[in-house]
Design a protein around this ligand. Structure first.
Ligand code: ZN
Length: 241
């Protein structure tokens, strides 16, 4: 079974198309939130995501902000401008779709949340002490998160310590007893690799395979500038930060 794991598309339609075409046939698509924000294509991204087979989609902090469910004061200025712009262009039916998204889901062996299992919308899993505490906040063997835009695998060891590793593209990882995994970001990678990032999860074989795929960011950058969105959201796509 092949489940496509996506996160942080951030209204980047070209990156999403590149990922879907690179992933090929899949049995299900699980999206870990932040469909919108930063990028120029919120409607196109939501409409393409809604068409995916056996879709499971969560709410991210940018989705919540666009819906007015999160105070924009908690965002930096550029992210606020993006959220405000997205509100002005988002079609009613796509807004309604965002409103249906759950903050957290449990599907068989996996807990899904955008930020962390402890605080699904807002907490960043960036340091080992925070990650270690979060292993107490889900009961399934695995937890998949997004939010940091950095692909990583945290493994809980027998002696209660947490190790981390960065999966290599195209190399399947056999999952240990308990893991927290992040597939990286489709639309705005931040690990200095501008290629889109996603993963394929096989719940039967218990494997996780990270993939990176190149796309041409220039048309996306052009649309960001034409929309009057902050210029840095265009430039960062060249370098992946
Ligand atoms: Zn994000």
């Amino acid at each position: 079974m092949r489940i496509l794991i996506l996160s942080d598309i951030h209204a980047n339609f070209d990156a999403l198309q590149a990922v879907l075409s690179d992933a090929g046939q899949v049995d299900s698509v699980w999206c870990l939130g932040d469909l919108v924000g930063y990028g120029p294509d919120p409607n196109e991204v939501i409409e393409l995501i809604r068409m995916q087979p056996f879709l499971v989609c969560l709410m991210g902090n940018h989705d919540a902000a666009v819906l007015g469910q999160l105070d924009l004061e908690s965002f930096n200025r550029d992210a606020q401008l993006s959220a405000e712009w997205t509100r002005t262009v988002l079609k009613e039916e796509n807004k309604k779709f965002l409103e249906t998204l759950a903050e957290k889901r449990v599907i068989e062996s996996v807990t899904l949340s955008h930020g962390s299992p402890r605080n699904p919308i807002w907490e960043y899993l960036l340091d080992l002490s925070t990650v270690t505490l979060n292993f107490d906040h889900f009961l399934t063997p695995y937890c998949f998160v997004g939010h940091t835009h950095i692909p990583i695998h945290y493994q809980y060891t027998n002696n209660g310590h947490v190790n981390w590793s960065i999966p290599q593209s195209g190399q399947p990882v056999q999952l240990p007893i308990r893991s927290i995994l992040n597939p990286g970001s489709v639309g705005q990678p931040r690990d200095r690799d501008p290629r889109s990032s996603y993963a394929i999860f096989d719940p039967d074989a218990k494997t996780w395979e990270l993939h990176r795929v190149s796309y041409d960011p220039k048309p996306v950058q052009k649309r960001i500038l034409e929309a009057g969105l902050p210029r840095r959201h265009a430039y960062r796509l060249d370098e992946g930060w």
